[in-house]
Design a protein around this ligand. Structure first.
Ligand SMILES: Cc1cc2nc3c(=O)[nH]c(=O)nc-3n(C[C@H](O)[C@H](O)[C@H](O)COP(=O)(O)OP(=O)(O)OC[C@H]3O[C@@H](n4cnc5c(N)ncnc54)[C@H](O)[C@@H]3O)c2cc1C
Length: 384
């Protein structure tokens, strides 16, 4: 197909080197496909999710990554205690709720580095950092992509794995629907304490407070805090530790050892929360993957899992296409059929749960232990 030696050709160009982009690049590269990944930052982002639920673990296991992650710092857990206004309202036991019987906490950097190391050993996968897309032109046989550097490449398929603010989504003319939350979450790490070691605890309260504590390896634990926008801003700006700790102790009732470690909110990472969905995942030869196609409230702990599941499904359809069993249109529609409705149902579950803190009854009616443990059973998801 190369009639013009001025540009390089790839089977797939992936924009975004997050978990979705890196994982897909590895799977395609292992099948001998020529892949280009464009990452706008100078380095791969190593901050992100650390909860792997059964739905994501199943995909990682299928592709031979599970044992490797188990041998690294990732930890197996099986219980979550849930509190509303300081009172325990649920005790989710993965052994009872999901046939895998456990979830994992695995630092994002460990997961990404594990896959990234594999990519580096594959010659046909190329990663360009500090690079994005400045122009896209789709033609019948593929897509011309002009990089920020001015270089033009040609690919058979273009994948937008460039996160919630996806630029590829705009080029593909796929509309995204955003619902922003009047809620902000803060992420930090502290040494593991006895209460964190015992089991994961998730606290919410009727004023929009949230605290979630769990170990991410044998030394460190994740401390996630959440407040309404206004309260979060004022707690952060006041810099008064006593005010913050007293506020947390209104609803955090079994984790004093963790709360006592918090000195200020200055060094917490934060990012705006939203639910985002699209009504389609592809247009012509351009497809959206992971957070470029959908974004879910973190209380579900499933954003990264949905991205991993997307990749697990997409590789099935792209393999059929590359083996000339089906057309590209059939492959991309087949993928969309499997993922779009299901993802939107999980998103709706998260949306309802995130808006339910106002009363214990509402919260309990919205918390579904099967979906929270990542069941993808449509008969359960259809009831949401
Ligand atoms: C602190 C934090 C904690 C989280 N906790 C959880 C959790 O516990 N469980 C869970 O399941 N999910 C969690 N999430 C969400 C989860 O990390 C995301 O859902 C997941 O990373 C999505 O992966 P992705 O590859 O689709 O997108 P992203 O991780 O957003 O990756 C997109 C990549 O594209 C790059 N990019 C963006 N625009 C361009 C461009 N124009 N050109 C080139 N590159 C571009 C970005 O730099 C980035 O590297 C958390 C997120 C954060 C930030």
């Amino acid at each position: 197909m190369n009639q013009n030696p001025k540009y390089k050709e790839y089977d797939v160009c992936i924009v975004g080197a997050g978990i979705a982009g890196i994982f897909l690049a590895w799977l395609l590269g292992s099948k001998g496909k020529k892949v280009l990944i464009l990452e706008k930052n100078a380095k791969i982002n190593m901050n992100g999710a650390d909860i792997l639920k059964p739905s994501g673990i199943n995909v990682l296991e299928k592709h031979g990554l599970l044992q490797e992650l188990m041998n690294k710092e990732c930890r197996v857990r099986d219980e979550l205690r849930v509190f509303h206004n300081g009172i325990q309202v649920d005790h989710i036991n993965y052994k009872a709720e999901n046939e895998r019987g456990y979830f994992m906490v695995c630092p994002y950097n460990v997961l990404l580095e594990t896959i990234y190391d594999k990519i580096q050993a594959i010659e046909n996968v190329e990663l360009l950092v500090n690079q994005s897309v400045s122009k896209i032109k789709e033609v019948e046989s593929g897509v011309f992509v002009t990089l920020n550097s001015g270089e033009e490449i040609f690919c058979n398929i273009l994948i937008g794995a460039d996160g919630t603010k996806s630029i590829v989504r705009e080029y593909a003319d796929i509309e995204a629907h955003f619902d922003y939350y009047d809620h902000v979450m803060y992420f930090n790490k502290y040494p593991v304490t006895a209460s964190v070691e015992e089991l994961n605890r998730l606290y919410v309260d009727e004023k929009g407070g949230l605290a979630y504590f769990y170990p991410i390896n044998n030394r460190e634990s994740r401390c996630v805090l959440g407040f309404s926008m206004e309260e979060g801003k004022s707690l952060r700006e006041s810099g008064n530790r006593d005010v913050l700790i007293n506020r947390l102790k209104e609803f955090v009732t079994e984790s004093d050892d963790m709360v006592d470690q918090i000195t200020s909110m200055d060094d917490f990472l934060t990012f705006p929360l939203c639910k985002m969905h699209t009504e389609k995942y592809f247009n012509g030869r351009i497809l959206l993957l992971g957070n470029a196609a959908h974004s879910i409230h973190p209380i579900t702990g499933q954003g990264m899992n949905l991205a991993i599941e997307d990749v697990g499904e997409l590789i099935i359809w792209l393999s059929k296409y590359f083996e000339a069993e089906i057309s590209l249109e059939e492959a991309l529609s087949g993928y969309q059929k499997q993922r779009l409705e299901l993802n939107n149902k999980v998103l709706n579950y998260g949306h309802r749960l995130a808006n339910s803190f106002g009363s214990a009854e509402n919260f309990m009616n919205s918390l579904n232990s099967k979906i929270q443990t990542s069941s993808r059973d449509l008969s359960i998801l259809n009831k949401i």
